[in-house]
Design a protein around this ligand. Structure first.
Ligand SMILES: *[C@@H]1O[C@H](CO)[C@@H](O)[C@H](O)[C@H]1NC(C)=O
Ligand SMILES: *[C@@H]1O[C@H](CO)[C@@H](O)[C@H](O)[C@H]1NC(C)=O
Ligand SMILES: *[C@@H]1O[C@H](CO)[C@@H](O)[C@H](O)[C@H]1NC(C)=O
Ligand SMILES: *[C@@H]1O[C@H](CO)[C@@H](O)[C@H](O)[C@H]1NC(C)=O
Length: 341
């Protein structure tokens, strides 16, 4: 084992991993992991305050090389904890769990979902559950409102990361963590954005089809051969320091992807070694690539639509997903399909 710098750490986070990370300055410090295992924390830049409570030490013989290669990045859910939780939600063994990342203040979006696809508890005889995942609110008043909403609906999960667009990767990994720890018995899960229309009947038909794999399965709107965006003015800009390769691995577009529920713990584990970047769906793609799992194309790819320019000219009733774009449209699309029945 080569001599490295070791130290026990306490972290006083001020993580800015997504913007100015300078990978050439890495801090490798070892800490006692949650389970008492030695873990490495590999920080992306030098803007963080790291307090070492122990200085340089020779590695003891018991520290093995495989422990040294374990990295735990800012997107790893072990960095966060739940403030609002629904740990017993899955006691009824749901077949499908829909996890909706949403900003704390987006009550309208949640209510639109609660009155449409989120209000379906059974589809083709299979139990379905919808939960919302939020980060920190702006302040105590907003927090009180959120807690009141939580008491009323019992469908909110809140974690203690700063809720922002750039932190969607953290949000997704916290969703994976929730599924892995609170709901391992579910058969399938879906990560679905709050402005989506979901055709649950069609989704269930796909999931119950005999040739749909029960394991290592993820499908949706596939993205192949996508260039990493290096234009700093783009919302999807990712610096080379965070993701050096010019193209992303094949991934499933983040608006809605459905997966067998054996994947969340695997993705969480893989993420320990994948440096986070702010494109959550491509990040999940990078985790899957590490796991050797290829996203599957849907049997009928046209069921996973993105935008529909003119919904009236399309048959919504055949779809599994499409972007509705607003709470009003979520309701409109839903009534449109229900009206056809
Ligand atoms: C990153 O850090 C290295 C080493 O300190 C330095 O030479 C380099 O200029 C830095 N790059 C950026 C983009 O800040
Ligand atoms: C959910 O559906 C039930 C009937 O199945 C209805 O009584 C209830 O009002 C609905 N909830 C919402 C929030 O629309
Ligand atoms: C992302 O979340 C982390 C952890 O809460 C926080 O330190 C950071 O400021 C957040 N970033 C943004 C852009 O909100
Ligand atoms: C769902 O998973 C359970 C095990 O968790 C299994 O017993 C059951 O057969 C699965 N249901 C379907 C419809 O595949």
């Amino acid at each position: 084992i080569s001599l490295k710098i070791y130290g026990l750490i306490r972290i006083t986070h001020s993580l800015t991993w997504f913007n100015t990370a300078n990978q050439t300055k890495l801090y490798n410090v070892v800490s006692e992991g949650l389970s008492g295992k030695k873990k490495f924390w590999n920080f992306l830049n030098n803007q963080q305050t790291i307090q070492t409570t122990t200085t340089v030490e020779k590695p003891s013989a018991s520290i093995r090389t495989e422990h040294i290669s374990v990295h735990q990045y800012v997107a790893h859910p072990s960095n966060y904890h739940f403030i609002l939780d629904e740990p017993d939600k899955c006691s009824q063994n749901p077949f499908l769990v829909l996890m909706v990342p949403v900003a704390p203040q987006q009550v309208d979006a949640r209510n639109a979902i609660r009155s449409t696809w989120g209000n379906e508890s059974s589809v083709q005889g299979k139990a379905v559950l919808t939960l919302f995942l939020v980060g920190l609110t702006g302040g105590p008043e907003a927090q009180q409102q959120l807690e009141e909403e939580s008491r009323q609906h019992r469908d909110l999960v809140q974690s203690n990361f700063v809720d922002s667009y750039f932190n969607l990767t953290i949000k997704t990994m916290v969703i994976m963590d929730w599924l892995a720890t609170r709901c391992p018995q579910a058969n399938f899960s879906m990560k679905v954005d709050s402005d989506m229309y979901i055709g649950l009947e069609n989704l269930m038909t796909l999931l119950l089809a005999p040739n749909t794999p029960r394991q290592n399965y993820i499908t949706g709107h596939l993205m192949w051969n996508q260039n990493v965006i290096r234009n700093k003015n783009s919302k999807w800009y990712v610096p080379k320091e965070l993701y050096p390769e010019p193209k992303y691995p094949t991934y499933v577009l983040g608006m809605a992807y459905v997966f067998s529920n054996d994947l969340p713990p695997k993705i969480v584990e893989a993420s320990e070694a994948i440096k986070p970047f702010n494109i959550e769906d491509a990040y999940v793609g990078a985790c899957l690539k590490r796991l050797g799992i290829n996203p599957s194309g849907a049997p009928d790819p046209s069921q996973f639509q993105t935008y529909m320019n003119n919904p009236k000219s399309h048959d919504l009733s055949k779809l599994i997903t499409t972007i509705a774009g607003s709470p009003e449209k979520v309701v409109e699309f839903w009534l449109n399909v229900k009206g056809h029945k």
